[in-house]
Design a protein around this ligand. Sequence first.
Ligand code: ATR
Length: 269
Amino acid sequence: MRKKFAVIGHPIEHSRSPELHHAFAAKMGIELDYQKRLAAQDGFDASIDAFFADQGQGLNVTVPFKEQAFARCDVVTERAKIAQAVNTLWYQDGLLHGDNTDGQGLVAAITALAWPLHNARVLILGAGGATRGVIYPLFQAGVAQICIANRTYARALHLQQDILQHYPDLALDISEIAALSGHYDLVINATSASLSGAALQLPAALRFDYAYEMAYGKDSDFLALARQRQVPASDGFSMLVGQAIEAFEIWHGCRPELQDFLDASPHNP
Ligand code: ATR
């Protein structure tokens, strides 16, 4: 019987994870079955219990269950602990293990683009779960400084205080988006503005060399602004592939090459 994997979320129909994991498996000569799994909003625990009881080997977790998955784990990685969210689950020695591969997926994506990360000054827009998940891996990749800028200042302050409580030495600044100015090497849009279609306004005084949009599959104000300023930009498809590769390696012990799976994403300028 083929080993069983799945991605669980609500909604789940849009997920590209089965397609990616099947493509990785074909490339690496591994046989597996990877399905989408819709859980009811209040049915996450029951759904993962049923999956693992039925010989499931590994689960990816997506919106809105990543925090619940974190809470359910017996063992989590350091990066998952800082993210307070888990997107990859598996059992080992009778214990439920969890990791968060989103941040490393972003680092792999930016590295594949050959954009500089080492000693970079990075600006992250937004202070929600998407931002929380990538801070630690970015510092691990050697960035010099991260500024979290949020529409609501208090939320950025809360995130900064929470992270500095555990890692007081990190160069982690905060700002209100409207007050931004100066120059950053890289700007990452981790707001949900692109997903909801809401406008994202950035001050004219803000300058940057590279622009990474975490959302994928549609054009956004952020990508349009990067085009207008003639700044190299990417949407988040490469991060999606990157996080999937990290999960694949956890489960199978081998990793496909990111570059082999970056099919043309239509909104990359
Ligand atoms: P996620 O888990 O995907 O990060 P979230 O926790 O709902 O989602 O956080 C969404 C983030 O996008 C927040 O930082 C939010 O800013 P506020 O804290 O001020 O609400 C930000 N956001 C959403 N729409 C935005 C917009 N139109 N302009 C600027 N920021 C926006």
